[in-house]
Design a protein around this ligand. Structure first.
Ligand code: GUN
Ligand code: ZN
Length: 445
């Protein structure tokens, strides 16, 4: 119908392939149109072209949105984030295990209550769209209602989202623990209700090895074997204290990763958050399985977990995705995540180019999560999830980008100086789902 047809006109970029690590993108890895047009119809991109080429074909009366001083790209993807930790971001001064016990677990207990889960799910989605993220792989809590409310909210907004119920049957407060059989039953019910419903997909979510019994991990592997189109996410080798604890709890395992391998949890749709302290041999095993590591730079810095060796993963042929890991992470913004990733890279003498950074936020994350048939690029037939960046969002940014002489410089300035203010608009499923306020207003939920 006419109502769901739009043309977005302006500069645009979209990756076609991994641009590599060089200062210029590999040949054929990038589409860049200086005066581009995206013709959106019924939630999808019907055409991508130079505006002047497309203009003749457009039906009379179609709405053309002018983004000529902006930059459009595919909506950002966050491969690992906890929506239920939104309200404990910036809880002071602890490393992983104390932070979980003192702040995280008590907060997660509140998600037994539907009204609380609804409130936070809506606030979380308001925020992710405001920072240009249109797809995320989301941890809920162990309460099934925390998943029902999240998927309900995502579905109402037409978003492509992955999420799942946390499985944890030991070493946590009783109000948060499930049981090996109960957790699996609840997961199966949620899979039946939500997996493949519209744009939603289910992610099996054992929290991490220390909070699951062998029975629970084994049963989780059983579901995955029978339904290999499900995703799985968990945490791996984030913190040295955590790694010691896993060695105590699973003395039979050769290393932390081996715990997950034993139960069939390491596959092509598995995301392992952090993966900081890994041997090259473990990276090779993850690569062999086609799994991905979620690089969570703001979280790794904030919780003092360590510096992620991105290039060691690349050398192993191991996919890395980019993630906020809020509430361990300090920012939902993909741009802020890129800035932190760049800073970590500098400390390891592994500079991150803007090409590689924006590739990872879009097509790279989509590919590693097996979502690239739907999202991650601006091409004919793709789902219309788009972020519209404003290179002149602040007077400082306007001064800085005034003098950028190339797309590389502009993207790099956005990656280092950009933040939530740089997101002018966000489109999802062919509709505008966020438009930046021109005045500084606050919406409290
Ligand atoms: N490991 C187990 N649970 C968590 C969590 O909630 N956040 C982080 N960063 N690491 C974890
Ligand atoms: Zn996490």
């Amino acid at each position: 119908s006419r109502a769901s047809m739009y043309v977005l006109r302006g500069p645009l970029i979209s990756f076609l392939n991994d641009p590599g690590e060089g200062d210029t993108p590999e040949d054929g890895s990038l589409l860049h149109l200086e005066d581009g047009a995206l013709w959106l119809e019924n939630g999808r991109i019907r055409a991508v072209a130079d505006y002047t080429q497309l203009a003749a074909q457009l039906p009379a009366g179609i709405e053309v949105v002018d983004y000529s001083d902006k930059l459009m790209m595919p909506g950002f993807i966050d491969s690992h984030v906890h929506y239920v930790q939104l309200d404990i971001m910036a809880s002071y001064g602890r490393q992983l295990l104390d932070w979980l016990n003192e702040y995280t677990f008590p907060e997660e207990c509140r998600f037994a209550e539907r009204a609380h889960a609804e409130n936070v799910a809506e606030a979380f989605l308001d925020e992710t769209l405001r920072v240009g993220t249109t797809t995320a792989q989301v941890f809920c809590t162990s309460h099934p209602v925390s998943v029902d409310t999240f998927f309900t909210a995502a579905q109402r907004r037409g978003l492509r989202m992955l999420a799942g119920k946390v499985l944890m049957d030991r070493n946590a407060p009783e109000a948060l623990t499930d049981t090996a059989t109960g957790g699996i039953k609840d997961s199966e019910r949620l899979i039946a209700d939500w997996h493949g419903k519209g744009r939603l997909g289910y992610t099996l979510t054992p929290r991490f090895a220390p909070t699951s019994t062998r029975d629970q991990l084994d049963a989780t592997g059983g579901i995955l074997r029978n339904a290999p189109d499900l995703h799985l996410q968990t945490h791996l080798s984030e913190n040295l204290g955590e790694i010691d604890w896993v060695a105590e709890l699973f003395p039979e395992a050769a290393d932390y990763l081996d715990v997950y391998e034993r139960y069939g949890l390491v596959g092509p749709r598995s995301t392992f958050a952090h993966g900081i302290h890994l041997t090259q041999e473990a990276r090779n095993r993850l690569a062999q399985a086609g799994a991905n590591i979620a690089f969570c730079p703001t979280s790794n810095l904030y919780l003092g977990s360590g510096l992620f060796d991105r290039l060691a993963c690349r050398e192993a042929g191991l996919n890395t995705t980019l993630a906020s890991d809020v509430g361990g992470g300090t920012d939902l913004s993909g741009l802020s995540t890129l800035k932190a990733a760049y800073q970590v890279g500098q400390l390891l003498n592994q500079p991150l180019t803007a090409w590689q950074g924006f590739y990872r936020l879009t097509l790279g994350n989509a590919r590693a999560l097996h979502l690239d048939a739907h999202i991650g690029s601006l091409r004919e037939g793709a789902e219309a999830d788009i972020v519209v960046l404003d290179p002149k969002a602040t007077s400082l940014m306007a001064r800085r980008t005034e003098r950028t002489k190339s797309l590389a410089e502009l993207l790099f300035a956005l990656m280092i100086l950009g933040d939530d203010r740089s997101v002018y608009a966000t489109w999802a499923n062919g509709q505008c789902v966020h438009q930046r306020d021109t005045v500084n207003t606050t919406k409290l939920r």
